[in-house]
Design a protein around this ligand. Structure first.
Ligand code: HEM
Length: 147
């Protein structure tokens, strides 16, 4: 079960990154070209949020139920070990904040009064979320895992 969730979580990282980048670039293009905010923009924003929330759920399952690294952290603290500190504290804190920022940005964009404001809000909030996510991804782990 642990290996399966770890592989899923590892794979979902790419979906999170690709969907975020797509939505940001498309918002930037919308802003520059001054085109109307359309159904595809709505779908991209909603899907990106759904993918991030799914990743959050897989992360919580790993954190509270499955991960031996986190179990060690909860029982003994990090003991100055980088990887234990990374997954026990740093990763969950930054990722959680990133998904909250994305969620707030998504709902503000949905309610924004003009198309320009929708694109701008999405771009700003999603950029902050992407920066946090890039900082908190454990790039020292494999980029892909077998299921
Ligand atoms: C957008 C959000 C997130 C991304 C992109 C992300 C990405 C990753 C990646 C790439 C790994 C390494 C997987 C591997 O070793 O193959 C990982 C591990 C892990 N993540 Fe996340 N994560 C996110 C959110 C979260 C959240 C919110 C939590 C906790 C609630 C969490 C908990 C964990 C845990 C416990 C591990 C594995 C520790 C172990 O090796 O046992 N993640 N994450």
């Amino acid at each position: 079960m642990y290996a399966l969730f770890l592989a899923l979580h590892s794979f979902f990282r790419w979906l999170v990154l690709i969907s975020l980048l797509y939505t940001m670039l498309s918002s930037l293009q919308g802003l520059i070209s001054k085109r109307p905010y359309n159904k595809r923009d709505n779908l991209a924003r909603t899907l990106t949020g759904a993918i991030a929330h799914t990743q959050l759920l897989i992360g919580f399952t790993l954190y509270f139920l499955l991960s031996p690294v986190v179990k060690h952290f909860i029982q003994n603290g990090s003991g100055g070990e980088y990887q234990i500190w990374f997954f026990g504290l740093y990763h969950i804190a930054l990722m959680f904040i990133a998904v909250v920022v994305m969620t707030i940005g998504g709902s503000l964009a949905k309610r924004a009064p003009t198309d320009r404001a929708k694109f701008k809000t999405t771009l700003i909030y999603f950029s902050v979320a992407l920066a946090l996510i890039l900082l908190a991804i454990p790039w020292f782990r494999p980029y892909f895992r077998n299921f």
